[in-house]
Design a protein around this ligand. Structure first.
Ligand code: SF4
Ligand code: SF4
Length: 481
């Protein structure tokens, strides 16, 4: 299959050799699991159990709230010891409602739902099962997978791309999954194709993962609808829009979806979770995570239960070899510093890195020398230097005009900047400000519409007289009953 070039991108040091040959290891049960109810894009899940309750493995412990949300299931059997937001750790460092569970060591499973009969299952039924299993995008985005599997109803789709690029340095969790569980992965791809009603799927693997590529090519040899393709190891190849461009030549609009181009992109680990949900009836309660970096004694790929504290995995890896200069959740390009080691593995955690001084670039910030490297490398065709200048002067609208919303926060500009200017921090700050502005604008427009509707009703004589607070209270109570 011919490949197409995408603009920009950086050649980054892979540093995957620390774990690429380490097979997937299942760690022992930790003494406690901290399970956040917000592990996905959308509304947080709502607790479905109480403190003190005994739960079994796979039991629903928090319900999805709305369409863009995901339920959460017990990763093992045990007792719920706490549900709260203030003391529980979360990767964001913010207080997020979290359920703590003390395992009883028995690993007693709930009775799982019967596998779906794929001979007769509709796309909507498959998506429903995936939603009930709490499957989210496992490449880090954590967008509810069922919502994307329903896109076939809105868009004319012709291709599913499985993202096996894993372009972030250090991370090898997808690589190990592709090597060790290819049959289940291919079965998950077929299920996704059925849900999306597409006849073609392509597994895109970076050209530095020859073993995975060969294994997958053999595993799907008998299936004319599924193909494997090498994509260049060029960061950020794992970004869905750039992957679509590289594989199909189609360019999705900056603020649009790849579905508008007829293509849906799912991570390979999501395909595996879809297989487990649909063919085995299993909810998403564990994931493969790379724990790496030279400050760690024994880097590994763990199949960890959701909620496992990072400190437990460090202990399984023989502890720290030296004081890390940086501890990151995710890869070094887009990962976030960890607030502490009690933070749990969530559905979107691809890796945790313990980097020593030699692995972290010298961060002394110097003035811009106008070299233009950030412009050359930007895969979104932006002018990072100009945007950063504007944001430094709080000119949010100016940065918006020259494309701030198109920035995918990939960190390529940071990586190549010889002056170590923290460009992506400016962009994340600016995008946060834009989000707030948008929300305020929406709120303002809503109030304007409501005021106008009320004015019209008053003019028509159909508006009711304003109620007294006491009457409102009584009315609210009556309507609830
Ligand atoms: S972080 Fe944004 S501006 Fe920088 S290279 Fe990536 S997309 Fe371009
Ligand atoms: S890469 Fe850094 S030094 Fe070079 S133009 Fe961009 S901001 Fe300036």
């Amino acid at each position: 299959m011919p490949l197409f070039r995408f603009r920009g991108g950086a050649k980054v040091a892979g540093r995957k050799d620390l774990t690429s040959d380490r097979g997937i290891v299942t760690p022992p049960l930790p003494p406690v699991l901290h399970i956040p109810l917000q592990q996905h894009v959308g509304n947080p899940a709502v607790p479905a159990v109480r403190v003190g309750e005994h739960v079994v493995k796979g039991q629903l412990i928090a319900d999805a709230k709305g369409t863009i949300s995901a339920p959460v299931h017990a990763p093992t059997s045990g007792h719920v010891t706490r549900i709260g937001a203030h003391t529980a750790p979360h990767p964001s460092g913010l207080p997020v409602m979290t359920l703590s569970l003390e395992p009883d060591g028995k690993e007693t499973w709930i009775r799982l739902p019967e596998p779906l009969d794929l001979q007769v299952a509709t796309g909507a039924q498959i998506a429903q099962r995936v939603a009930e299993a709490g499957v989210v995008g496992m490449g880090g985005a954590a967008f509810p997978a069922a919502v994307k599997l329903n896109q076939g109803q809105r868009y004319r789709l012709d291709l599913l791309i499985l993202n096996g690029a894993e372009c972030e340095p250090y991370l090898t969790c997808d690589d190990r999954l592709m090597r060790e569980r290819p049959e289940q992965l291919i079965a998950g791809i077929r299920i996704m194709m059925q849900a999306l009603a597409v006849e073609r799927a392509v597994i895109a693997v970076e050209d530095n993962k020859h073993i995975s590529f060969t294994i997958l090519r053999e595993a799907c040899a008998g299936d004319p609808g599924i193909d494997t393709v090498y994509v260049p190891a060029r960061y950020p190849m794992g970004s869905s829009k750039h992957l679509v461009k590289a594989v199909t030549g189609r360019e999705a609009p900056a603020t649009g979806l790849t579905a508008e181009m007829g293509v849906i992109v799912h991570n390979v680990a999501t395909a595996f979770a879809v297989y487990e949900a649909v063919a085995l009836g299993k909810p998403l309660i564990s994931r493969i995570v790379t724990v790496s970096g030279k400050a760690l004694r024994r880097p590994e790929n763990y199949d960890a239960l959701i909620g496992t504290p990072v400190s437990w995995l460090v202990q399984q890896s023989g502890g720290l070899a030296s004081e890390p200069r940086q501890v990151l959740m995710g890869g070094p390009m887009m990962g976030e510093p960890l607030p502490n080691l009690d933070v749990p593995i969530t559905k979107g955690t691809t890796g945790v890195l313990f980097l020593e001084g030699t692995e972290v670039a010298d961060k002394n910030v110097m003035p811009c020398i106008g070299c233009g490297s950030c412009v050359t490398v930007c895969p979104s065709g932006l002018l990072p230097l100009e945007m950063a200048k504007m944001l430094q002067h709080e000119d949010i609208d100016g940065a918006d005009r020259i494309g701030l919303r198109d920035c995918i926060s990939c960190g390529s500009c940071n990586y190549v900047c010889p002056s170590h200017i923290p460009l992506v921090q400016f962009f994340n700050y600016g995008k946060g400000r834009l989000r707030n502005q948008d929300q305020e604008k929406k709120q303002h427009e809503r109030i304007k519409i409501l005021t106008e509707q009320r004015r019209q009703r008053l003019e028509d004589g159909t508006a009711t007289a304003p109620s007294t607070p006491g009457m409102n209270e009584r009315n609210d109570g009556a309507s609830e009953r």
